[in-house]
Write a protein that binds this ligand. Structure first.
Ligand code: GLP
Length: 229
């Protein structure tokens, strides 16, 4: 089945054959066919719709972990239309964790931005960013539904995001996340925490994001260090 999807024989959005049909095609029991489908649903290759059947998922969005990119760039890179709904934009005091990440004092006022990020109108992630730099309160006046944050930082504020540290963690969608991302409560999600630095090695953003687990692939390229002879 994986090969059929890879070869483009089964396309995103296609209804896959029933367990019975698959059983007959591959000479396996219905139980085995069901298990194979479940495995591929869990992997994100297929998704189920109640009462309708199992379908091939859209290709996942790849966030590569080599070059520092923002959401808008990631989505455009795969030919989709990014959009944003601002859930909250305000000045608020940094808690201890944020203060440590941004190298500021606990309680210092930072710009807090919570956004729902979509691709072709489909919700993909909730991003909560906290930004701290001189004049960051000017961000309150920006139209952050129409503008990329990274682009604004670079072009208008002279603070190009140059480096970032990012942690990834698996988790399950809670009530609020499920509602915003339009996924069932308890679906798999990916949590990321990113600290973004400018060229002067100054942290400017600490962002916590929740990505739909079945729509994202994180890609990294690794090289083995020279082996000690
Ligand atoms: C990512 C990061 C966020 C960052 C965002 C910028 O997805 N997880 O930390 O704020 O990109 O994206 P954009 O430039 O589209 O606003």
């Amino acid at each position: 089945m994986r090969e059929r999807v890879r070869a483009g024989e089964w396309k995103p959005g296609d209804l896959i054959p029933s367990e019975r049909e698959l059983g007959e095609t591959y000479g396996i029991s219905r139980m085995t066919a069901r298990q194979a489908i479940t495995d591929l649903v869990n992997e994100g290759l297929f998704y189920r719709e109640q009462g309708k059947g199992t379908f091939v998922s859209r290709n996942k969005i790849t966030q590569q972990l080599i070059r520092l990119t923002g959401f808008t760039e990631d989505i455009r890179a795969r030919g989709q239309q990014p959009s944003t709904k601002v859930l909250s934009a305000q000045m608020s005091p940094a808690n201890e964790v944020t203060a440590e990440r941004l190298r500021i004092q606990t309680g210092q006022i930072v710009f807090y931005l919570q956004r729902l990020r979509l691709a072709d109108g489909e919700p993909l992630a909730i991003e909560s960013s906290q930004l701290s730099f001189k004049g960051c309160e000017k961000l309150l006046e920006e139209d952050l539904e129409q503008n990329s944050l990274y682009r604004l930082l670079e072009t208008k504020y002279g603070l190009p995001p140059m480096e970032a540290e990012q942690e990834l963690e698996a988790g399950l969608a809670g009530n609020e996340e499920a509602q915003l991302l339009k996924i069932p409560v308890g679906s798999s999600v990916l949590f990321t925490r990113r600290t973004t630095y400018t060229d002067r090695n100054q942290p400017i953003e600490y962002a916590k994001s929740v990505y739909c687990g079945n729509k994202y692939t994180f890609y990294t390229h690794m090289k083995r260090e020279q082996l000690v002879p």
